[in-house]
Design a protein around this ligand. Structure first.
Ligand code: ASC
Length: 128
């Protein structure tokens, strides 16, 4: 368990930061902002799939505080939040599987689905 609420906050924010870095690089490749490299893309997809399992653990009771972008609704609608996080994890797992095979059309679709599950949660539970 985390010693302080601040430790839980730092943990989940670190995970999100690493997810954003890896997912952002995949997006840059798909948008042609940098050269597509199937091996790097697959590595990043694997990273996101693993990292997607981390943030939820940091949303412990009592960590609804401080100057963060997490809305109080996360804790009042926790079951829905958990379900949305699980959908993200599932989409990220599919993306990693598809990326390993390297079919660009399939990979774009799986990337889109994963991005939708990022946004779907941000729209409801993240301060803008
Ligand atoms: C990203 C990022 C997000 C998602 C979201 C997808 O790269 O930082 O929060 O994609 O914009 O719609």
């Amino acid at each position: 368990n985390f010693k302080e609420a601040d430790d839980a906050i730092e943990y989940r924010q670190s995970a999100f930061s690493m997810i954003a870095y890896n997912f952002g690089d995949m997006g840059a490749m798909l948008k042609g902002k940098k050269e597509f490299n199937a091996e790097v893309f697959a590595m990043r997809a694997e990273n996101v799939a693993a990292l997607s399992k981390l943030p939820l653990e940091g949303f412990v009771a009592g960590s609804d505080k401080g100057d963060t972008e997490a809305l109080a609704k996360i804790w009042s609608d926790k079951a829905d939040f958990d379900a949305k996080m699980k959908t993200f994890q599932e989409n990220a797992a599919v993306l990693a599987q598809v990326a390993a095979k390297g079919d660009k059309r399939e990979l774009k679709k799986a990337f889109g689905n994963t991005g939708k599950s990022c946004k779907g949660c941000h729209d409801v539970y993240k301060k803008d």
